[in-house]
Design a binder for this molecule. Sequence first.
Ligand SMILES: Cc1cc2nc3c(=O)[nH]c(=O)nc-3n(C[C@H](O)[C@H](O)[C@H](O)COP(=O)(O)OP(=O)(O)OC[C@H]3O[C@@H](n4cnc5c(N)ncnc54)[C@H](O)[C@@H]3O)c2cc1C
Length: 393
Amino acid sequence: MTPRILVAGGGIAGLTAAIALHRRGFAVDVVEQAPAFGAVGAGIGIQANAMAVLRALDIPLPADDVVPIGEFHMVDPKGRRLMGGDPREMQADPPSMNVHRADLHRALLDAAEGIPLAAGRAVSGLTVEADGVEVRFDDGSRGRWDLVIGADGAHSAVRRALLGDDGARLRYAGQTCWRFALEAPDLVPDLSIEQWTPGKRAGVMPLARGRIYVYLVESAPPGTPGPGTDRPEVLRAHFRGAHPLVDAILDRLDPGVPIHHGDLGEAEAIHFGRGRVVLIGDAAHAMTPNMGQGAGTAIEDAGELAVLMTERGGDVAALAEALDERRRARVAYISRMAWRLGRMAHWTHPVAVALRNLLLRLTPQSVMNRQTVAMWAPGIELAERIRRTAGEV
Ligand SMILES: Cc1cc2nc3c(=O)[nH]c(=O)nc-3n(C[C@H](O)[C@H](O)[C@H](O)COP(=O)(O)OP(=O)(O)OC[C@H]3O[C@@H](n4cnc5c(N)ncnc54)[C@H](O)[C@@H]3O)c2cc1C
């Protein structure tokens, strides 16, 4: 019998998993707490490992929605290059891409056509039974599925229901972040820039159709920037004066541009769930964004889950443990690297900063490139397995 599957959360992880499983013949329902599966967020970089998985799953990103990630520079307060690279030199096919989150979401929704999606319905609890999972929703309704996939983000209700409050805790990185996308064709840079000043970072990335994605990060105790701090004048006060491009962009920022603000953190523990309740994406391993791989690893989780379901002929017994075995080492490595990079970027001690900068400048580009290719390799290998197992339910 084909298992009935509920995907909780219609974000990147949830929609990718739903599409992958639906196309392999599984019966999938998706619930999303937001009232509409609408346009959300600012920009995002999808690196070659995740692009390979999306292509293997036959989820196309329209060509006029994406720009290949080209040269990027990490620079010091004077604008001097500390490290960088150009992913195009690694010649991955497909290449890494920058995309507006709203465009990525629309591409996923297009690919999800035919899958029952219920918006405005949040999972509020669940009970695992011997032969199924009873799921409760915030509107008071209930339902029963053979497999529940918790893809409901860093504050996952599925994770909390399964592991309790202790098992769902996040660790604050001591950094808070603002993001926005601005349409300003005359300011779009040819390369991505991230400037490190003590205790702060400012990043600018080109997006398709004359838009720019900007992220601004500052060291701060938890919850410091209270309500109202996501106004352009506040960002100008905090970040003006470091980089001329950031200044020019901040000058253009008017109150009509949505600014997304949130504290950066990671899951205290990686957890892929138990038995027939599986966690993927941020629900399993929320990580700091410094490696640009949170969504990438979420997409990989979804692809690996589809491969496992195919290999097991739809048997959901101990599925979470099987996914854990395949994914834990990879996401632990990337989370760890992201955490370290984020801390190092915000160092304030002048001696430590000077040594760090020297070391970064001296690291050969070939070493950086080799590390990047090694980071992508497991995703590219997964894409191969996705292709090999397609249609074998
Ligand atoms: C500043 C920043 C920059 C980043 N940049 C990058 C990048 O360049 N590249 C990259 O790969 N990653 C990046 N990431 C990480 C990436 O955004 C996340 O890892 C990714 O969005 C995780 O996807 P997800 O689907 O697991 O979770 P989410 O995107 O959080 O989606 C979860 C979904 O579940 C829904 N939901 C929540 N609770 C419930 C419930 N109870 N019932 C039903 N639905 C529910 C939510 O509304 C949401 O739609 C960045 C993150 C940050 C903070």
